[in-house]
Design a protein around this ligand. Structure first.
Ligand code: SAH
Length: 247
């Protein structure tokens, strides 16, 4: 084939391929925007529990950036922007986007912060926090999930998020203390090692309760003197925090 024909053929085929691809891939950007509007609506509806009727604009920006469809199972991509939890395999779930937004917002993160997450799961929550702070350390107890999340986060460019395989009940002492800690599995009590690894002036958000009942989202604040204040904010449903510690 001479060069002119090749050029013409390319001119003809490239738009065809692009159109075919566009037809198979949903418009994730506008779906994500729609998801954010639903979250903002739900935040207004639950304002009395949150002491706030809107999210920090930085949290909204982070939600607008993270491609949630990359964090769900391939068979669930079309549901990735529905405001609800989805299965991610191994009996675990990626949290409801509203819950991710609220928990992130409650941590009142600053760009220079170092954050610890317990329960990496898909890596979505870690990515959202990763958009807002300098460094995220995340621990996952199920090997395969942790490895997959680590690979995914790397592929998507979240170099500031580090994933470790292990029991998060004991935290990640080497990198502590942390400005904020987020636990995304329900614990029967607030793990003392995590309280220890929280900086004075830091905040921890954690669902507390049994696996058979509704749990409470609890905000733990450590003041500059190291004293704790805990507040129950709203009922939530999380998968349990497992591991060898006494429950
Ligand atoms: N943050 C996740 C969702 C969490 S689901 C996301 O954005 O997708 C809760 C996760 O906590 C599950 O993956 C579960 O395996 C993990 N988990 C449960 N107990 C744990 C423990 N003791 N240490 C670390 N991870 C734990």
């Amino acid at each position: 084939m001479n060069r002119r024909w090749f050029f013409l053929l390319t001119l003809l085929l490239v738009p065809c391929f692009t159109a075919a691809l566009a037809a198979t891939e949903p418009d994730f950007d506008s779906m994500r925007q729609q998801m954010i509007e639903e979250i903002e609506q739900q935040v207004r509806e639950t304002a009395s529990q949150l002491d706030d009727d809107k999210l920090d604009p930085r949290v909204i920006e982070a939600l607008a950036k993270v491609p949630r469809h990359e964090f769900v199972l391939p068979t669930r991509r079309h549901q990735a922007y529905e405001n609800r939890p989805l299965p991610i395999g191994y009996g675990q779930t990626i949290s409801q986007p509203y819950i991710v937004a609220v928990m992130t917002d409650l941590l009142q993160l600053d760009p220079g912060d170092k954050v610890l997450e317990i329960g990496t799961g898909s890596g979505y929550q870690a990515a959202v926090v990763g958009e807002l702070v300098k460094k995220v350390y995340s621990i996952e107890i199920i090997d395969t999930l942790g490895r997959k999340a680590r690979k995914r986060l790397k592929r998507l460019g979240y170099d500031n998020v580090k994933v470790r395989l292990g029991d998060g009940y004991y935290g990640w002492k080497e990198h502590g203390p942390y400005d904020a800690i987020i636990v995304t599995a329900a614990a029967s009590h607030i793990p003392p090692p995590l309280v220890k690894q929280l900086k004075p002036g830091g905040r921890m958000i954690i669902p507390v309760g049994s696996r058979f009942a509704t749990q409470q989202l609890v905000l733990v604040e450590k003041n500059k003197q190291g004293e704790l204040r805990t507040r129950q904010l709203m009922p939530v449903t999380f998968v349990p925090l497992t591991g060898g510690h006494k429950r």
